[in-house]
Design a protein around this ligand. Structure first.
Ligand code: GAR
Length: 186
């Protein structure tokens, strides 16, 4: 059984979708959810789904605290799903090419520090881009710069607002993210 930890800072709709995809799997288990945000809705989702959930501070992420949790739980693979902090090198060294992130745009465009969630969609709409999409990539020590694994595009319609775009991008994420994880982990 391969064990996955999901790191999330906000709503956690991707975390729930990934959990549902693997819920009957005999090969892959969502072992735990980790969050740096004590007010994140992902905590409620974890409770509802019966997944172990732990909260940590920014300082604890930088120390060995989070790495210890991952190792004590025998986590094989780490998924960032709306996680907003930088992963420190101690975790990257132990989990090289075993940490992936989803970004709600077509990297390298609209990536980097401070580019997350609705901020990304607003910028894409303001710049009158013709397309956006999702990027799934390996995580390294820099925001959104790890090797790209998968991208899916969405053609922006003239009637799309940032809010509508966010919904359409989420739909793409729900469709592709679990499948990409499944392929990588096997
Ligand atoms: C997702 O759209 C994800 O791509 C994005 O945050 C959202 C989280 O939604 N991640 C980033 O912007 C990372 N830079 P969720 O909490 O409902 O899964």
């Amino acid at each position: 059984m391969k064990k996955i930890a999901i790191l999330a800072s906000g709503s956690g709709s991707n975390a729930e979708n990934i959990y549902n995809y693997f819920r009957n799997s005999k090969k892959v288990k969502i072992e735990l959810i980790l969050t740096n945000n004590k007010n994140a809705f992902v905590i409620e989702r974890a409770k509802k789904l019966g997944i172990k959930c732990q909260i940590f501070s920014k300082q604890e992420l930088k120390s060995n605290y989070v790495l210890d949790i991952l190792q004590k739980n025998n986590v094989d693979f780490v998924v960032l799903a709306g996680f907003l902090l930088l992963i420190p090198s101690n975790i990257i060294e132990k989990y090289t090419n075993k940490i992936i992130n989803i970004h709600p745009a077509l990297l390298p465009k609209y990536g980097g520090k401070g580019m997350y969630g609705d901020i990304v969609h607003k910028a894409v709409i303001e710049n009158k881009e013709k397309e956006s999409g999702i990027t799934i990539h390996y995580v390294n020590e820099k925001y959104d710069e790890g090797a790209i694994i998968f991208q899916a595009k969405y053609n922006i319609e003239t009637t799309d607002t940032a809010e509508l775009l966010a919904k359409k991008i989420h739909k793409l994420e729900y469709e592709h993210f679990p499948k990409v994880i499944d392929e990588l982990i096997r």
